[in-house]
Write a protein that binds this ligand. Structure first.
Ligand code: HEM
Length: 412
């Protein structure tokens, strides 16, 4: 089957296409718009099997003719290539082990008051604009800045520098042709220089932040500076667009399902967590896991045979709509996560992945969403969507998924 990830209709609602692929078996070979082929895994069981199978490698293939990183911007980008999501065991095991202390539940949970403060500040700015009669983009004013501000706390970025970090991250995440010439390259260079300096400073005067814990070189097998830089970039990028999509999709779902919003506000202790889980399942912020490559021929079951060297994409968003594991998968129903007994509870969703690369930041992402969403909707009870939900643009591609803009206003 042919697939054009840039087709706006597909980006807006890829689920019918994925459902058709799932019916074809464990894996389907699709032709992408650029003429190349890839295997897409859209079922829950085969998806989890691939993510946990060491015969699939996360190391990107060496591309012949790839230009040497000879400009400062290219060198900065090349640093990213050394991060743990691009490695297999045993390198991966070592890099990942070093994050355990920094992302220990106790440390992450301690961020709650600070997340509360950051979200409250953004919401106050939003409220001012809304009460002046403006229509405001909730992505730009809330869902985008919050994860960047939070990861700045995690990395221990001083408050005075956060606006810069936000601007550079925004630029390097944008397509080069969407900004003035050179703007993306310049942002890469400045981001690289800034994070390098931050590492030096944190080594000299460690703080209470999670990044200082990561930098602590008394640990055996401590990270070298290049690895630390790659880790900082990974935390910055793995955490911001994904969490932004979670916040944006959850806000959109609540604005279009007022009954669910009322239920969450009536039973805050249980329902907000259920809203977040169901958003992760129903509108998974990371549409596909990172590409994997078969290191040998793999029989996936159901007749699907992936030849050695072929690329495989586990489509998390599709696995989370597999009807064999989630009854009425195309309904947004947070109550499925409120079931009283194990037998009634749905399978764990795979929005944070599965196996050795399972998301390091899942607890932080959940904490951000369960802290910020109630604050937003309690502060702005008259918040309304100021656009037709069926016409909202979604980012093209197979990697991340969420509304690009979310115009809101308040009813008067
Ligand atoms: C809603 C928000 C998020 C979602 C949906 C998400 C999802 C994921 C998924 C699916 C993976 C595995 C990818 C794969 O196997 O190819 C992953 C890995 C990772 N995530 Fe997240 N993530 C989120 C937020 C965060 C945050 C806030 C951080 C850090 C602050 C973070 C850090 C990481 C890291 C470091 C990895 C790599 C783990 C490894 O390679 O072992 N993520 N994430």
């Amino acid at each position: 089957m042919r697939l054009d990830p840039a087709d706006p209709a597909f980006s807006h609602d890829p689920y019918p296409y994925y459902a058709r692929l799932r019916e074809q078996g464990s894996a389907a070979r699709v032709e992408l718009a650029n003429g190349t082929h890839a295997w897409l895994v859209t079922g829950y069981e085969p998806g989890r099997a691939v993510l946990a199978d060491p015969r699939f490698s996360n190391v990107p293939p060496q591309r012949a003719g790839r230009p040497k990183p000879n400009s400062p911007a290219r060198r900065a980008r090349a640093c990213l290539a050394r991060h743990m999501l691009n490695t297999d065991a045993p390198d991966h095991t070592r890099l990942r082990r070093l994050t355990t202390a920094a992302f220990a539940p106790r440390r992450v949970d301690a961020l709650r008051p600070r997340i509360d403060r950051l979200a409250t500040g953004l919401i106050a700015g939003l409220a001012d604009r809304l009460s002046a009669g403006e229509t405001v983009d909730l992505v730009d004013a809330f869902a985008f800045p919050l994860p960047i501000l939070v990861i700045s706390e995690v990395l221990g970025v001083p408050e005075a520098d956060r606006a810069d970090l936000r601007e550079w991250t925004y630029r390097v995440g944008s397509p080069a042709d969407a900004l003035p010439k050179g703007a993306v390259d310049e942002a890469w260079v400045r981001l690289h220089a800034y994070v390098s300096l931050l590492i030096v400073e944190k080594r000299r005067t460690p703080g209470e932040d999670l990044f200082s814990v990561l930098i602590d070189d008394s640990a055996e097998d401590a990270l070298d500076d290049g690895e630390l830089l790659a880790m900082a970039f990974l935390l910055l990028f793995a955490g911001y667009e994904t969490t932004m999509n979670l916040l944006a999709s959850a806000s959109l779902l609540l604005l279009t399902h007022p009954g669910e919003l009322t239920a969450a506000q009536r039973h805050p202790d249980t329902h907000w967590a259920a809203v977040v889980e169901e958003t992760l399942r129903y509108d998974s912020p990371l549409e596909g896991a990172t590409w994997r490559r078969a290191t040998r021929t793999v029989h996936l079951g159901g007749g699907a045979v992936i030849p050695a060297g072929d690329s495989v994409l586990v489509v998390l968003a599709a696995a989370n709509r597999d009807p064999q594991h989630f009854p009425q998968p195309d309904e947004f129903r947070p109550s499925r996560y409120l079931a009283a007994t194990d037998a009634q509870r749905p399978a764990p969703h795979v929005a944070f992945g599965h196996g050795p690369h399972f998301c390091v930041g899942s607890r932080l992402a959940r904490l951000e969403a369960t802290t910020a969403l109630p604050l937003l909707f309690d502060a702005l009870p008259d918040l309304r969507l100021a656009a037709d939900p069926t016409q909202l643009p979604y980012r093209p591609g197979l990697l991340v998924r969420g509304p690009r803009t979310l115009p809101v206003s308040i009813s008067r």
